[in-house]
Write a protein that binds this ligand. Structure first.
Ligand SMILES: CC(=O)N[C@H](C=O)[C@@H](O)[C@H](O)[C@H](O)COP(=O)(O)O
Length: 508
């Protein structure tokens, strides 16, 4: 086959849950045939036996892998040269393998050489942009986002669209893979520039898909009033992008994202939202708005003008209500996310504090079923006497991480500092560790102040691989009863709009 054969196509990964009732060659072949019949152009198949079984019944391109759990290496996908050879002989057209920078039995270069010697194409399953760079340098044909979010730390919820964009700058041959669960997410991957899109669990892991539905229904039955919820237009205005969605309960019915034109100001931002949601006009009865900055009495003021410059006490709630003709409710974005997590995400029904560690730092507090408003939860602005006069945010956030990297002589962003730390560069690991240490100390202080049942950690830094574990290790000396219980956020980037919609719906 040629690379062009799979351009702009859907690839279905037919990998049943190992050991589950669907883990049988007949089912794998059945999934494969059904996927092709419905328009998929290629398949991703695990194990030599299953590649043989599928090859017998289809002519379409097969991406072949072998998964192994090795005692002495974290590499699971096609670790050995012999695996690559066997997959090629079984009829795979593309040999995929783990291309992460971890201790491994065979080098990426050896695997590429082996596949090419048998006339096969190759796909590097990467966890980061650095993996892709190295793999391309040794001649792989495709790079995939397959392992993003799986090399350490908690598993994220959403697909890594940013990695697709970053890889696309290196090569057109980027395959989007991992956690793509809806047609909308597949579209986002295609629009980010993916050459082809792989979907696995959402199509072929019956147990997973069933449990998603079951959990959702279980939640709905536990909160019967949610089923009668009205549809709310929810808007999240952030420093770089504005998201608008139609929401019912926790279900996002429609969603659009537009860039926030930083210098245009709030009237222009709202005009854009109005325009881009015009076709939804008759579908909602209320409006929720989550914004970066301070909301007091429906008025919006900047707390950090570096994020967005907002005129002091801009009458956000009234302006939106006048523009769209429905009652509106405005709330700080991290407070909205705290409420979203409390109602539909990582909350377990008790008191909850949400801490988002990202470019900046914010948070929200829910005590006795009530969201605290105004300044409550703006943890990034706290100044600790032990750490000089700078606010906590300026000594911990993504912006701080990038500044520290610059001071160490590296002009890179926080994401790359994490990559470098993961690759064993000690100066980078030290910066990440110092940030995680401060975040851990903040959580300890929060625990002593509010004693929440959980502290939910979100944001690009908070959810970055290994960060939560590092926070945990900085707290490991504490007696159990004093230690904060840290959990990862569940709603991802939608926590704010879901929370704001719920608050608006309740008319709070
Ligand atoms: C991390 C890892 O081992 N990924 C594996 C790679 O082949 C498979 O378990 C995934 O199902 C596949 O990547 C497709 O992803 P998703 O099932 O999320 O659509």
């Amino acid at each position: 086959m040629r690379r062009e054969d799979i351009r702009n196509s859907l690839i279905v990964s037919c990998q049943p849950v190992p050991g589950g009732p669907m883990d049988h060659a007949d089912f794998v072949a059945g999934f494969a045939k059904a996927a092709l019949k419905a328009g998929a152009k290629a398949l991703r198949i695990e194990s030599v036996d299953y590649v043989k079984a599928v090859r017998r019944v289809v002519a379409a391109p097969i991406v072949g892998i072998v998964k192994r759990d090795l005692p002495d290496s974290p590499v699971r996908i096609t670790p050995f040269v012999a695996d690559a050879e066997a997959l090629a002989d079984a009829g795979a057209d593309i040999i995929a393998f783990d291309a992460t920078d971890r201790s491994r039995p065979a080098s990426v270069e050896e695997l590429v050489r082996t596949a090419k010697a048998r006339g096969k194409l190759t796909m590097a399953d990467c966890s980061s942009i650095a993996d892709a760079q190295r793999a391309l340098a040794v001649g792989v044909d495709f790079v995939g986002t397959t392992l993003s979010g799986y090399v350490n730390g908690p598993e994220p919820v959403d697909p890594d669209i940013e990695l697709i964009v970053a890889m696309r700058k290196l090569t057109p041959y980027v395959i989007a893979e991992g956690r793509i669960r809806s047609p909308e997410q597949a579209v986002a991957a295609a629009q980010a520039g993916a050459f082809a899109v792989v979907v696995g669990s959402a199509i072929t892991r019956t147990e997973h898909v069933t449990s998603w539905f079951n959990e959702a229904i279980g939640n709905a039955y536990q909160r019967p009033h949610d089923t009668n919820r009205e549809t709310v237009l929810s808007i999240d205005i952030g420093g770089t992008k504005t998201m608008a969605a139609l929401i019912s309960g926790a279900a996002v019915l429609e969603e659009i994202v537009v860039p926030t034109e930083r210098d245009a100001g709030p009237d222009a931002w709202l005009a854009t939202v109005c325009e881009s949601t015009a076709s939804w006009r008759n579908r909602y009865t209320r409006i929720g708005i989550a914004v970066t900055g301070l909301i007091q009495g429906g008025n919006w003021s900047a707390l950090n003008p570096a994020t967005l410059l907002i005129p002091d006490r801009y009458p956000l709630q009234n302006r939106v209500s006048d523009l769209l003709g429905r009652p509106a409710y405005a709330v700080n974005d991290a407070q909205a996310a705290a409420w979203g997590e409390y109602k539909f995400g990582a909350g377990a029904g008790g008191d909850l504090v949400f801490l988002t560690i990202s470019t900046g730092i914010g948070g929200g507090i829910v005590i006795n079923g009530k969201l605290l408003k105004g300044l409550a939860g703006h943890f990034g602005l706290i100044r600790s006497p032990s750490q000089g006069q700078a606010p906590f945010e300026d000594q911990t956030s993504g912006r701080w991480i990038a500044r520290e990297a610059l001071a160490a002589g590296h002009t890179i962003d926080a994401v790359e500092v994490f990559d470098r730390a993961g690759n064993g560069e000690s100066w980078a690991a030290d910066i990440v560790s110092r940030s995680a240490h401060r975040a851990a100390m903040l959580c300890q202080d929060i625990q002593l102040m509010l004693d929440p049942d959980v502290i939910v950690i979100g944001g690009g830094i908070g959810l970055a691989q290994g960060y939560l574990d590092l926070m945990g290790s900085h707290l490991s000396g504490l007696p159990q009863r004093l230690a904060p219980r840290l959990v990862t956020a569940k709603l991802g980037r939608r926590a704010g709009i879901i929370g704001a919609a719920d608050l608006a719906g309740e008319g709070k």
